[in-house]
Design a protein around this ligand. Structure first.
Ligand SMILES: [Zn+2]
Ligand SMILES: [Zn+2]
Length: 359
């Protein structure tokens, strides 16, 4: 018996030593990388663009409070053969690129408002989707100031665009496709406006309450009888409940005010008065999960997905605090979103599938 153990042990050691030696070989290294490269580069997510469903992929679920696991505000909606992006928070392109999302299929970007955690990566979205083969300029919808935001990012990336054309050639990177087209949305006193109707996809912009940020929008997407509403940043807001009525999914920002209060006290006790002041200010323009759940139930949505977390619930205790005051939830429940959370709504059905798309 002891002899068998020794033989097995010697074999195991032999395998480990042989593998370590093999990994020192250039040929073995190259062969391994070649295999992985074929698998990774050849992999893509065209299936997300199939016309048989409305799909929602969270590409950034944090607020300006940083998280190791999350990018800042970004929600991707796949419908009508296109990819529609709501907000381009810092780090969010990376979330999509790691999952090999087809950037060239981007239909438009919709900015909810101009806080940095929602617009920081607009230049990268434009550059990367152009490099991926986008067939024309990138449309960017948003409140009236979107023209300035687009102009600023265009200016900041002007040299980058020029260098890349010079290096890869205008045939691969046509200069006329490198631009962004600002699409200002003005509600003119209305609560909502239909801003896009294309390939079966209808997008409605609506006003939310994020004062002093005015205007601030949420967006509703309707496709094939299915619908998703993205809140943007807002405190509890009757107009959001109206616009979300009957939607399949509500993707809503969430700020656990109990946690913010604890963090504010901690900041004050440790002499971080600037941090304490900011933490004391933010409850006035975000929504506590208990309020969001109440609104979701009132609106009659089927599934509530929380995102834009303040603070990011990256451990079990925080996740419990986010849920602890929630009384009732929609019929398909409440999901604490993560980067990569995927919701699939097949057209012509009432099915709601929630899963995760990992890198
Ligand atoms: Zn904001
Ligand atoms: Zn925000």
């Amino acid at each position: 018996m002891r002899r068998i153990v020794w033989v097995l042990l010697a074999l195991a050691v032999g395998v480990i030593v042989a593998s370590a030696l093999a990994l020192r070989s250039r040929a073995v290294q190259d062969a391994l990388v070649s295999r992985i490269a074929r698998r990774r580069i050849g992999r893509n997510t065209s299936a997300l663009l199939a016309p048989d469903a409305l799909r929602v992929l969270l590409c950034g679920t944090s607020s300006p409070i940083p998280s190791r696991e999350r990018a800042e505000a970004c929600t991707a909606v796949f419908a009508g053969g296109h990819l529609w992006i709501v907000d381009t928070g810092p780090g969010s392109w990376r979330t999509l690129a790691l999952r090999r999302v087809r950037g060239e299929a981007v239909g438009a970007v919709f900015l909810t408002h101009f806080h940095s955690d929602h617009i920081g990566e607009l230049g990268e979205f434009n550059l990367q989707t152009w490099a991926a083969g986008r067939p024309g300029p990138l449309r960017v919808y948003g409140p009236a100031g979107v023209t300035d935001v687009v102009r600023g990012f265009t200016q900041a990336y002007a040299d980058d665009t020029r260098f890349r054309i010079a290096h890869h050639g205008a045939a691969l990177l046509p200069p006329e496709r490198s631009t962004m087209a600002a699409m200002p949305v003005v509600l003119e006193g209305a609560d909502a406006a239909r801003i896009l109707d294309e390939d079966g996809v209808v997008v409605t912009a609506f006003a939310v309450a994020h004062d002093p940020v005015k205007p601030a929008f949420g967006y509703r997407f309707d496709y094939g009888g299915r619908s998703v509403v993205v809140s943007g940043d807002t405190r509890p807001c009757p107009n959001l409940v109206t616009q979300a009525r009957g939607a399949d999914v509500l993707v809503h920002e969430a700020q656990a005010n109990a946690l913010v209060r604890i963090m504010e006290e901690a900041a004050r006790d440790t002499g971080e008065s600037r941090v304490a002041k900011i933490l004391g200010d933010i409850p006035s323009y975000h929504s506590d999960p208990a309020d969001v759940a109440r609104e979701a139930v009132t609106a009659g949505v089927r599934l509530l997905v929380l995102t834009h977390f303040t603070p990011p619930p990256d451990n079990e205790v925080l996740r419990r605090i986010f849920r602890r005051d929630v009384e009732a939830v929609p019929p398909h429940g409440l999901v604490l979103g993560e980067d990569g959370t995927l919701v699939v709504l097949p057209t012509g059905s009432d099915v709601v599938q929630v899963s995760r798309l990992d890198p």
